[in-house]
Design a protein around this ligand. Structure first.
Ligand code: V4E
Length: 236
């Protein structure tokens, strides 16, 4: 499993020229649609878990450092998420989170627990395919955000290792850049943070302010009540 260490930045008109100047290689441009799922009362996202289907491929982003205090400015501006891409693992982790939440609730949730147990029993006996949406219905998961992104991806080769830069344009009119390093789980994060800091400096991105991702802006516009809850819970 890998941990995605990422820093977002404001995408201005000069960014493509700057990337060229520092030797970035364009590795492609493509469009994809993301659908994000959660329970109607947002059990997953209020714990900072993000369940996504991108063009038929499922992914669960999980907080990599729960409760840890950031050490410095780079730390604060970078996010770290463990990425689960195995469909059976995603299903079992989502079931665990919902079950845990249900157990924390009152006895009146017993019918919901029975429903989750039924899904678990079925999983043991039925083979599941990644395009099977029955598990979503069984776990009462609904799509709460959907948008398309046009992405231009670049690679920067450096002695310490490669760094990826994505320039994203979402279909609801928001552009954002991301500097990203993937780290095998358990490896030291500091090296990744340093690689990101170096590229940030090379691109002349000096802002100390954290930059909003696509989801921030999407929720602010289309799910303002949930956006406020995520802010209050310090998830966003
Ligand atoms: C982790 C997360 C969300 C899921 C989307 O993550 P993100 O990397 O922003 O999206 P995208 O399309 O670039 O995915 P990729 O192609 O890199 O896999 S939505 C909100 N979060 C949490 C989060 C946060 N708290 N703060 C910041 C700055 N970003 C994300």
């Amino acid at each position: 499993m890998t941990v995605e260490v990422e820093r977002k930045f404001v995408c201005d008109a000069e960014i493509m020229g700057k990337l060229k100047d520092i030797g970035a290689k364009c590795i492609g441009q493509h469009q994809f649609q993301d659908q994000y799922f959660d329970s109607p009362d947002f059990i997953l996202t209020l714990k900072d878990f993000w369940l996504r289907c991108r063009e038929g491929l499922w992914e669960l982003k999980c907080p990599a450092v729960i409760g840890a205090k950031p050490e410095d400015e780079t730390d604060t501006l970078c996010t770290r998420y463990r990425e689960i891409t195995s469909f059976p693992l995603i299903q079992s982790e989502v079931r665990r989170l919902i079950r845990e939440h249900t157990a924390e609730g009152s006895e009146s949730n017993s019918s919901q627990r029975e429903q989750i147990d039924k899904v678990t029993e079925n999983e043991d006996t039925e083979s599941c395919s990644a395009d099977d949406t029955k598990w979503l219905t069984d776990l009462n998961l609904v799509c709460f955000a959907a948008y398309k992104t046009d992405r231009c991806s670049y690679i920067l080769e450096r002695e310490e290792g490669a760094v990826r830069v994505d320039l994203d344009q979402a279909d609801f009119g928001y552009c954002v850049g991301e500097i990203e390093v993937l780290v095998p789980e358990g490896d030291d994060m500091n090296a990744a943070l340093q690689r990101i800091t170096r590229i940030t400096a090379e691109l002349g991105l000096n802002s100390e302010k954290s930059v909003e991702g696509k989801m921030h802006v999407y929720l602010q516009r289309y799910q303002p009540d949930h956006y406020v809850k995520l802010l209050s819970a310090h998830i966003l």
